[in-house]
Design a protein around this ligand. Structure first.
Ligand SMILES: *Cc1c(COP(=O)(O)O)cnc(C)c1O
Length: 391
C-alpha cells in the first residue's frame, strides 16, 4: 500500500518494508514510514464519512498490504464521552474520557494486536509469543486465534485471574512466571529461536505502535480536527503515547492539522514509576525501577524500551509525568464510575487521580480541554477491587 520503509527510532537507519523485524540493529524500536502525500489522495477527511467503525477506517496509514490478511474483531473507534459530571467535580467543563474498555478483549491492547497479528499473518508467521503484564496477552490470544496462529503467553504468576483465564479460553498456551514482565520477556527471548516463535513484545516489533497510533487519529476526528489541550495517558511500555505523537505528525504531513500539539502527560503508579523518575531527574533514559509493584498491571513495566522516545515527547510537548498511589486509583475508580457510568481499569482511574494533582499544582488549568485515557475495563481487575481469588 503506502509503506515506503521502516526507520530506526534512534539512528534513523532505514529498512525495507514487508519483512519480519523485531528491533533495529541498534537494539531500538523500528517505526513504519509512509508516502503520506500519496496516502492523502484517497484518505481524506471527507472519505472517512461512511467508512468502517473500527480503526481500519484509517486503512491507508496502516501497514497491511493485502486486505485479506487483516485480522479484525471490531477494534478501535471507541467512545469519547464528554465527562460533564466528573468534570463538574473538579470544575473542568471540557473533560473527556477516551473509553478504551470498549475494545475487544476489554482493553486498548486490541489496537496493537490487530495490526501486529495481521502483519505476522501476512509475513507468514505461524507461532507468536508474548511477555505480558496481562491485557496484551489476552488481546494477542484473541487475534492469534482469529488468524489461526499458535499463541504462547508468558505472564507474572500474580497477573489478574481474568487475564490468565481469558488467554487460556482463547486457546493460548499460558506459562506463569515467578517474576515481572521483564522476566517473562527474558524467557521469550531465550526460547524463541528453538521454538520458532515470533516475538510480539511491546515496541519490539514495529506494528503494534501502528495500531495504537489510531487513538491519535480518532481524537482528532472525534473533536472535529482540533486536538485537545492536554492528554493524560497511563504509561507502561508507552506504545500509545509514542503512537499518538506519530499520528499527530502524520496528520500534519497530510495537511489535516496544524503544528499545535496537546501537552502529553505520562501517568504511572508510585510502585512502578520509571518514566516519572527519569522525567523529574532530567534523564534521557529511564533505568529499571526496582521492586516494581502495583495493582494496575498495565503500568507494571519497570523498564520500557521506548523510554527515550517517551521522555522526548513529554518534554517537547510541554507535558510531564505524574505518579499516583494504588489507593488513590482504586478509590477514584468509584468516583469515575459513579459520575460517568464507566467501570474503569485502575490505570484509567489513575488519570483522574493525577488530574486532581495537576489542577492543584497548576500543571493544567480548569478551562483546558482535557482527555483522560481509560485504557481498559475494570471487570478484569476484580482482585484489585476487593475480590479474594480462589485459585
Ligand atoms: C498495557 C496497558 C497500559 C499501558 O500501555 P502502554 O501503551 O504500554 O504504555 C495501560 N493500561 C492498560 C489497561 C494496559 O493494559
Amino acid at each position: 500500500m503506502f509503506v515506503t520503509h521502516l526507520e530506526c527510532s534512534k539512528t534513523g537507519k532505514t529498512y525495507e518494508p514487508n519483512k519480519l523485524y523485531n528491533l533495529s540493529e541498534a537494539g531500538k524500536p523500528l517505526l513504519v514510514r509512509y508516502d503520506l502525500k500519496r496516502a492523502a489522495q484517497s484518505l481524506t477527511k471527507d472519505s472517512l464519512q461512511g467508512r468502517v467503525s473500527s480503526l481500519w477506517r484509517y486503512r491507508e496509514v496502516l501497514p497491511v498490504v493485502h486486505d485479506e490478511n487483516i485480522v479484525t474483531l471490531g477494534e478501535g473507534w471507541t467512545p469519547l464521552p464528554h465527562a460533564k459530571r466528573l468534570g463538574a467535580l473538579v470544575g473542568m467543563p471540557e473533560l473527556y474520557i477516551k473509553d478504551e474498555g470498549a475494545n475487544p478483549t476489554g482493553s486498548f491492547k486490541a489496537r496493537g494486536q490487530t495490526a501486529a497479528i495481521s502483519m505476522a499473518k501476512e509475513l507468514g508467521v505461524k507461532k507468536v509469543a508474548i511477555p505480558t503484564a496481562g491485557n496484551a496477552g489476552g488481546a494477542m490470544s484473541a487475534y492469534a486465534a482469529a488468524a489461526g496462529l499458535e499463541a504462547y503467553v508468558f505472564m507474572p504468576r500474580d497477573t489478574p485471574a481474568a487475564n490468565r483465564i481469558e488467554c487460556q479460553q482463547l486457546g493460548a498456551q499460558v506459562t506463569l512466571i515467578d517474576g515481572l514482565i521483564t522476566d517473562c520477556g527474558a524467557e521469550v527471548a531465550k526460547r524463541k529461536e528453538t521454538e520458532g516463535w515470533f516475538d510480539v513484545s511491546t515496541l519490539k516489533e514495529p506494528y503494534r505502535i501502528e495500531g495504537k497510533k489510531t487513538m491519535g487519529y480518532e481524537l482528532a476526528e472525534q473533536f472535529g480536527w482540533e486536538l485537545p489541550d492536554v492528554i493524560l495517558y497511563p504509561t507502561g511500555g508507552g506504545t500509545g503515547l509514542v503512537g499518538m505523537w506519530k499520528a499527530f505528525d502524520e496528520m500534519e504531513a497530510m495537511g489535516w492539522i496544524g503544528s499545535q500539539r496537546p501537552r502529553m502527560f505520562s501517568i504511572q503508579a508510585t510502585g512502578c514509576a520509571p518514566i516519572v523518575r527519569a522525567y523529574e531527574n532530567g534523564w534521557d533514559e529511564a533505568p529499571e525501577f526496582e521492586n516494581a509493584h502495583t495493582a494496575a498491571s498495565g503500568l507494571r513495566v519497570p523498564r520500557a524500551i521506548g523510554d527515550f522516545i517517551m521522555l522526548d515527547i513529554l518534554r517537547r510537548s510541554g507535558g510531564g509525568a505524574i505518579a499516583v498511589t494504588d489507593e488513590e486509583m482504586i478509590a477514584d475508580t468509584k468516583v469515575v464510575g459513579a459520575a460517568e457510568g464507566i467501570f474503569c481499569a485502575p490505570e484509567g482511574a489513575a488519570c483522574f487521580s493525577a488530574l486532581k494533582k495537576m489542577l492543584s499544582s497548576g500543571q493544567v488549568s480548569a478551562s483546558e480541554r482535557t482527555v483522560l485515557f481509560n485504557t481498559g475495563t475494570g471487570v478484569k481487575y476484580l482482585e484489585a477491587y476487593g475480590l479474594k481469588e480462589a485459585r
